[in-house]
Design a protein around this ligand. Structure first.
Ligand SMILES: [Zn+2]
Length: 314
């Protein structure tokens, strides 16, 4: 066991339970709300978060890792309040998305690392919430500033020991670029999850990611593009048959609310894209394909615990 930081305070890894490794409470574009504050209805968003998180708890989810980067509106106070109101255990994030982080273009890389380390060791802003995971992202391909972000993330990871969970663009095999940079920075790849790995059909790419030592985040389950549920489940079942259940995590990349689509459109276009889809629909589909209860427990409970149990700077 190990004690890690959740949005509600210290958490024993033995209590993580069924864990979704890549989700979001809120995904927002902060400049919009800064300049059009009338568009931000916090009470309505909190009511929505409460209802979605409660549904997830009822569906058997005990812990959720929020991987919202700083530049997509990460809101630690909101996450903490949603966790407190519902009882969902939520790990709060630090880190950056794949777009060029303009604030840091002419700054020292050390400043990027320091900001993440501060979020993890002291807390985010004045909230007292300490980040428990580092997010970074590479899409459509790794460019020089993205490489700087990846190196800064790797250094913050080594200084704090919290895991790295990424966003990739598998069509360009960017998970391998991330692994190369992490490796050069001395990162133990067993403490990294290469995310969005189920957005491909290239099983040799995934085997390479796993053989290099990372976990494969199969974390866009419920989104029907570029792969359908059937294709994503087939991929997970094939990897399990090859003996890789100990290197896979499952999640949806869903959100209580994301503002990049007009309200209602998401529910209409992607009704399966919600926090209960894996426990309710995907687990039975995996079983139909011969994935055992032990393997499902491994991917949904044991692997998240193993990932968070590797603590300490190095
Ligand atoms: Zn995401």
């Amino acid at each position: 066991m190990a004690i890690i930081q959740s949005a509600s305070g210290p958490l024993d890894t033995a209590d993580l339970g069924f864990t979704l490794m890549h989700e979001h409470v809120l995904v927002l574009w902060p400049p919009y709300y800064q300049q059009y504050p009338e568009a931000y209805d916090r009470d309505a968003l909190m009511a929505r978060a409460e209802s979605k998180l409660t549904a997830a708890l009822d569906g058997g989810v005990k812990t959720m890792v929020d991987l919202t980067p700083i530049d997509l509106g990460r809101d630690a106070a909101f996450i903490a309040e949603a966790a407190r109101r519902t009882g969902m255990q939520i790990i709060a994030p630090t880190g950056f998305y794949y777009q060029r982080p303009f604030h840091f273009v002419g700054r020292l890389d050390r400043e990027m690392t320091d900001l993440m380390v501060r979020d993890i060791t002291e807390g985010i802003s004045t909230t007292g919430v300490r980040a428990g995971v580092i997010k970074c992202a590479t899409e459509p391909e790794m460019d020089p500033i993205n490489e700087r972000v990846l190196r800064a993330s790797a250094r913050a990871h080594r200084e704090t020991g919290v895991p790295i969970c990424t966003h990739t663009y598998p069509a360009n095999r960017t998970g391998l670029d991330q692994q190369r940079v992490f490796k050069e920075e001395g990162v133990d790849l067993g403490r990294t999850v290469i995310g969005h790995s189920d957005d491909t059909q290239d099983i040799t790419y995934l085997e390479e990611i796993i053989e290099n030592g990372s976990y494969c985040g199969m974390d866009r389950i419920g989104i029907q593009r570029p792969n359908t549920d059937e294709q994503r489940v087939d991929l997970v079942a094939k990897l399990c048959a090859k003996g890789y259940a100990s290197r896979i995590t499952l999640s949806h990349d869903a959100a209580c609310y994301l503002d990049m689509m007009t309200d209602g459109i998401m529910d209409e276009r992607a009704p399966q894209w919600n926090f209960t889809h894996i426990p309710k629909t995907i687990v039975p589909m995996l079983k139909e394909r011969g994935v055992s209860d032990a393997e499902i427990h491994q991917m949904t409970v044991q692997n998240p615990r193993d990932i968070f149990e590797k603590t300490g700077a190095y």
